[in-house]
Every structure is written in C-alpha cells, then in structure tokens.
Design a protein around this ligand. Sequence first.
Ligand code: S3P
Length: 291
Amino acid sequence: MSKIPLPSQVRLSSARELAASARPVGESAPTGSGVSSRLVYSSDSSGEFSASVRSPFEMLVQAAKSVQVAHAAAESVEPSRASEPAPSSRAGAPDSLAHPQRVRELQEGFATLSRPIVLIGPMAAGKTYIGSHLARFYGYEFLDADHVIVERYGEVSDIFEIFGEAHFRDLEYRVIKEVLTSPAYRNTVFSLGGGAPMTDAVAQLLKDEQVVYILVDAATVEPRITGNKSRPLLQPDPVTRWQQIFDRRSARYEELAKFTLDARGGRPISEMTAEIQSFIVNSRKDSNEPA
Ligand code: S3P
C-alpha cells in the first residue's frame, strides 16, 4: 500500500485531534464528481498492497467482473495448480464480463442480504492475507483496520510509543465502528488487528456480525513473527509473548466467532478462502429463509 507520508506535525500533535478532522474510513480526498468515491485496497500475488479510487458504480462493475473471472479461472485451472492463488486478473478482464443482469443481482444482494465479513484472530494469523485473497477471488472489497489507522495517524508502533496502547485502542474502536455502521461497507471483507475484539465496545459491535475467526498456533506463526519488530506487543521475545497473549484472548475469539477457519499449518489459500465463502453463502441463505 502506498502510505501517506507522516508530516512532522502529525507526530507531534495529538492523534485525538486528528481523529476529529479525519476523512471517513476508506474515502479519498474529494474527486470533484459529486459522487462518493472510495479508496480501495488490493494486494498483488506478492502480497504488496496498493490503493486506488473507485466510484460506487465502478466497484459494482468490478465486483461483477471478478465473480465471473474467479469462476472462469476456477474452471480452467489445472489440477496441479488448483491450490495456488488465481492470477491477478481483475485489471485484465474484458469489459463484456460485466453483464448488466449480474450487476443488478449484486446490487440487489447488497441492499438486502449483505453485512461485512469481519476477520478476527491473533497477531500474524494471516487475516490480511486471507481477507485480501477472499475479496479478490469472490468479488468483495477489502479493508484492514490497521491500514486505515496507519493511513490516518501513522505507524502502529509509533502510536503505541508516543500515545500509548489505550489511545491506539480508542482509534481502533472508532475506525471499526465507522466501518460497521456504514452501509457503504456491506460487501467488504474487513480484517481487524488481533487485539481489537478485547475492547469490550468492539466486542459489542461484533456480536451480531459475520465474524470469522482465523485460528492458528505458535508453530504456524513462528516464522512470521521471529525477528519482526512491527508488532510492539510481541517484543522482545515474539514467540513466548504471542503464546501468552493468545492464551488470554482465545476465549473471546471463540465467543464472537460465527465461523472458525482452521489455518494451522499453512494451508493453501484457495482452500481456506473457499471454506469462508461457503460459510458466507450458507449464512446468507439462512438469513433469507422465512423463520
Ligand atoms: C495487535 C495486533 C496488530 C496491531 C497492533 C496490536 C494486537 O495487528 O493491531 O500491533 O494487540 O494483537 P495484527 O493482528 O494484524 O498483527
């Protein structure tokens, strides 16, 4: 993701004041079109994040395209490559794939059925990785709460160091609330930082949401966290700290989860995203059936 550089006064002024003047989550500077456009995050196959501005209609067309592209890719994939992520194909999709009827079906589905899909789980569980691929394969938007915080306020480690953890939790809560209470994010996979559900006010927001818990263990995350200084709570001994924190938090994750994805042992991404998608499809079917 191209990070907005942190001007020196941002570091020195209170992030609380900045919160008051910040733009809505995921929204870019005004485009002049009068239409509310959104800053959309995506990642390529190497895991690099990027951001682009899209109007609501473009997002809808894009969603329709990517559903069809994902289906076409799934049908044509060779068995030996079936476990690999689909190639980054959104940009190259021919325009004819955005069939008006499909766009309309998606539009109606937005209005009646959809809620964001919220990914929770411990640090380094792969929430961002799994969430961004889920979005790409099945035609959702993707948003990561930590990325929004970084874009608005600066690096997570700087916020912890300068303002303290309580302040970070406050910013985190506000971002999450803004996303979950806005209709603009109905079709969004929304990934949260590992500690977010421990804030009671966040847990309260999540209790009726489509929450997916990404379950991992220390052996799975060890190579991801060893030597990585980006998570202040894991210093100075990442694996021991990870296990201690996980033991304190796992009950809360379990309590909030509507679906648990077992991501232990580094499973193929296409298999994990397909499992989450089955849960989404089934729960939307259930909620549409008469009681
Ligand atoms: C945290 C997890 C981090 C980030 C911050 C605090 C936590 O996100 O929000 O460092 O308390 O578990 P990830 O779960 O994406 O690492």
